[in-house]
Ligand binder design. Structure first.
Ligand code: TMP
Length: 243
């Protein structure tokens, strides 16, 4: 598969990824993961070894898991340690955030106590717009801005909660708490597919026993051992466990 897929032209370079067209395959894109990281809308910059590999491997494994559980995603194949082949999507400019435990902006915004476990997961959208700082947005505003239709929003909501159920239970068996995460969806022919990535950059993971942070918060909050935490979460999320 890898040898048949030739990178042609870079169509996007973001903070942590590059996207490339594929020679002779207009429906496909190569998503390449970089070792670079930013936080706080690009204000804080960093980079660490193997970050691209960890995120690519992690995302490939989670997309494969979700596909086996009936979630339609853009994932086609892992091409190399830092590259995956995906279907070309028209991204819906909404960051779809599900939370199981209070952390991050939820704590800042509402004065909640970090670590409070929610009885029912929360669901929110941010408007994916760097110039505006990705503001929180509600459904009616998203529709007024024509970012998505009611049908698309309802579908995204249902899928995001299904993804939460699947990942939360999968990770719990591996001693990991899924605190919260961000998803992106996109249009492909007449379908909405889960896109982007699922990785320690876009999720919060805590060790179940110690509540140690095993995600990008180690970089955001200068907690140290970022590279080690990424290696640890990949190992635990991908190693086979007894039946
Ligand atoms: P938040 O608590 O900062 O709103 O983040 C919620 C989740 O979304 C967390 O798992 C990290 C992820 N996230 C991104 O993937 N990209 C972003 O730009 C931000 C701000 C958060």
């Amino acid at each position: 598969m890898a040898s048949e897929m030739k990178k042609q032209r870079m169509i996007y370079e973001g903070k942590a990824k590059k996207l490339w067209t594929v020679e002779g395959k207009p429906d496909l894109v190569i998503q390449e993961f970089k070792d670079d990281a930013t936080a706080f809308n690009g204000e804080k910059k960093g980079s660490w070894a193997h970050k691209g590999e960890v995120n690519n491997q992690f995302a490939c494994s989670m997309f494969e898991l979700l596909e086996t559980r009936g979630i339609r995603t853009h994932f086609v194949a892992k091409l190399s340690p830092i590259e995956m082949l995906i279907k070309r999507l028209e991204i819906v400019p909404l960051e779809v955030i599900v939370r199981n435990i209070a952390a991050g902006s939820f704590v800042k915004r509402y004065g909640a106590v970090e670590g409070t476990v929610f009885t029912v997961p929360t669901f929110e959208f941010s408007y994916k717009n760097d110039a505006l700082g990705d503001p929180l947005i509600n459904e009616s505003h998203a529709m007024a801005l024509k970012l998505a239709t009611q049908t698309e929003i309802d579908h995204i909501h249902t899928e995001a909660l299904k993804v939460n159920d699947i990942l939360k239970s999968y990770l719990d068996k591996r001693g990991i708490l899924l605190v919260d995460f961000k998803l992106e969806f996109g249009r492909h022919n007449d379908e909405i597919l889960l896109g982007d990535e699922i990785s320690p950059d876009t999720c919060r993971f805590w060790d179940k026993a110690t509540r140690q942070k095993l995600d990008k918060d180690r970089f955001r909050q200068d907690l140290g051992n970022v590279e080690e935490a990424y290696a640890e979460i990949l190992k635990r999320a991908t190693e086979p466990i007894g039946a």
